[in-house]
Design a protein around this ligand. Sequence first.
Ligand code: NBP
Length: 474
Amino acid sequence: APARIAVTGLAVMGSNLARNLARHGFRVAVHNRSSARTRALVEEHGHEGDFVPAETLEELVASLQTPRQIIIMVKAGAPTDAVIDDLVPLLEAGDMVIDGGNAHYADTRRREAALREAGLHFVGTGISGGEEGALNGPSIMPGGSAESYAHLGPVLEAISAKVDGVPCCVHVGPDGAGHFVKMVHNGIEYADMQLIAEAYDLLHRVGGQTPAQIAEVFRGWNSGDLESYLVEITAEVLGHTDPETGAALVDVIADEAEQKGTGRWTVQEALELGVPVTGIAEAVFARSLSGRVDQRTAVRAALGASEVTPAPDDSLVEDVRQALYASKVVAYAQGFDQMRAAGAEYGWDLDLGAMATIWRGGCIIRARFLDRIREAYDKDGDLASLLVDDYFRDAVANAEAAWRRVVVKAVAAGVPAPGFVSALAYYDGLRSERLPASLIQGLRDFFGAHTYRRTDRPGSFHTRWSGDRSQVDA
Ligand code: NBP
């Protein structure tokens, strides 16, 4: 019998996805550029389901039912283009090419347009959850045409993670929508991790707690509003002892955070769209700062290392919990704003509540909290911000005093908390009746005749700053 679906690219992600498909009863054709991987997969895991190994792309294509569905799981960038170029001449109108790699959404838009021209469907699909997710149920964010989703949806939903029986997979929208949403998901993950790291740092350096004690704090937090995979594994990492030295592992790990680039992409795109995603940006820059080891060393040598004296007080732990929650709400509100703006820019008509739903399982940011986000957008799909939803408005208002105390304590102690601080500035910025942007406009008009608008009547105006300082219509 012909295979239902194919996977080409059988490194860790592709192999696990193929196994996931086979385990769900789909007859899956498998191929890899170097066929040793294909043989290894079938030898080691052939018993898990119905695999159809192919030595060549021609064989792979020939083994499939029509319209054909081929998932590409190779390195993002040029390798993906190379595989598409090899594949397209072998396909027929109506066939579907699914890119499950971490493509930039702009590449996906370009590829989708080119394949549409050739009568093919290109389905750029965000897949989250790493190798573990690929095998046992990822969160899946497919873009592309509704017609392609009609064919692919049942397969992708079957292999996705499930929460309360609901698949973590939904048709996100046309062309690059799936990869865009996956990108923002990764950006939010950066922000979430940065906020958790700041909470740890404050409990450690201001609170004077040991990693083991902080692990217990996080374990407790995981049974409340903050319940999430990241909070859960924070307790695991902080509670772990290095077998070589007997010290807490976190104290032995070099403090240089690395990044593969999706956080940076999110911020770059936010800059293009004009959406302030300060939480994600601060997280990306905090990683960059940590990685500039030579500069850090030079500055410490010249200025002396900052000295932080622990000043624990009874409210610190609960205050930090509240600050973490409020800052997290802000970071998610910003990420959802970015998705909304991109949807408007590219005509995607994104269902933001559905995005929260499919992130509840399979991916790194899975959390109880996402149910609240879904409820907020289900109630009102046009929310001006997540912050104005009743639930989040009250949650942040309740946390506000503690949040301010934490920011004050961090600043006073000299512990950097860019995530907490910038989230609060964003919150205060949105709520300010008047912003000093008025002065900025005045300055721009002074040095560049950029003009300004007035609060009391329509029109654009310029002041003759170097002349008689009279105002003229611009
Ligand atoms: P890699 O990203 O390491 O890519 C290795 C695969 O690409 C191998 O199958 C390799 O074939 C193939 N390949 C390369 Br490289 N160049 C090729 C070319 N010119 N033509 C054909 N095949 C080529 O694999 P991975 O770590 O399994 O990741 C696969 C995708 O999934 C990537 O886009 C990655 O970013 C994404 N990913 C996502 C997550 C997540 O959490 N969502 C995690 C990890 C990866 P070979 O065996 O012949 O060299």
